[in-house]
Design a protein around this ligand. Structure first.
Ligand code: SF4
Length: 258
């Protein structure tokens, strides 16, 4: 978004503490931010590489006002995440990593957090694990960018460690409205960290392949692609999980993947 050099002060509206008010907060925040930017002479969103396919673009010609509105709100959230200092992970990041894919989808994948390559490029799942995830997505019959992919935390934890609960809680400020805006029919939680943060790990017993629910959306917890690179013997159960996801979405398992 282009803004003149003399900036008026922007104050983010107070965030309600109740999680169900998070989306209302983001909408209010978005409106305030857009009005503020407009007062500075802004005429649109930045011309940087699209992280999430913009509705109405050449690659996504079918669109509606609601799609455009959703995309714009996600863009504002992504910009806020790029400047966010809500937790210590901001200190080590090269780029924040918000999402890739399309918000016009029935399927969302949630991972743990960015790694080295993701931190450098500002995109989730772009390393070897990302390539494996792409193969899993296409095996399910989706185009690579036909789903929405994001992480629990938007900034890389040092040495790729698991995000601390306090960091994940801080970044729920972004994850919750992200998922509320995309409104998937199913979420796939990639790895235990993602499953825990979507409150889908049973107190005891197995967690992989056991359906959970996040705010009414079915969640399938399965292994992270990075784990599968180290332990390829677990690809079969993960594929079974993804076939179960296709079943809930009323989608056929592609013949070549059976
Ligand atoms: S991880 Fe999330 S909460 Fe922490 S600084 Fe990055 S965007 Fe902000």
């Amino acid at each position: 978004m282009t803004a003149k050099s003399t900036k008026a002060a922007y104050t983010r509206p107070e965030v309600p503490s109740e999680p169900e008010n998070e989306l209302a907060s983001v909408i209010a925040s978005t409106r305030e931010l857009v009005l503020w930017e407009k007062s500075l002479g802004a005429q649109g969103f930045p011309g940087s590489d699209p992280i999430v396919t913009q509705p109405g673009s050449a690659s996504d010609p079918g669109t509606s006002d609601a799609d455009q509105d959703c995309w714009a709100r996600l863009q504002v959230l992504a910009e806020e995440a790029a400047a966010c200092e809500r937790c210590e992970l901001s200190k080590g990041r090269t780029k924040s990593v918000f999402a890739r894919g399309t918000q016009d989808t029935d399927l969302v994948f949630v991972g743990e957090g960015p790694g080295y390559h993701e931190d450098q490029e500002g995109l989730p799942f772009v390393g070897r694990a990302g390539q494996l995830l792409d193969r899993m997505i296409t095996a399910m019959g989706y185009p690579r960018d036909g789903v929405y992919i994001c992480n629990v935390v938007k900034c890389r934890p040092p040495e790729n460690r698991t995000p601390l609960p306090s960091e994940a809680a801080a970044c729920a400020h972004f994850l919750v409205p992200q998922l509320e805006l995309v409104q998937p029919k199913v979420i796939v939680a990639l790895g235990r960290c993602a499953a825990e943060n979507l409150q889908c790990v049973p107190p005891a017993g197995p967690w992989r392949g056991v359906w959970g629910e996040w705010r009414g959306v079915p969640v399938m917890p399965t292994y992270h692609p990075a784990f599968l690179l180290r332990s390829p013997q677990f690809k079969k159960p993960v594929w079974e999980d993804l076939q179960a996801v296709l079943g809930v979405l009323n989608r056929e398992v592609p013949k070549r993947a059976r």
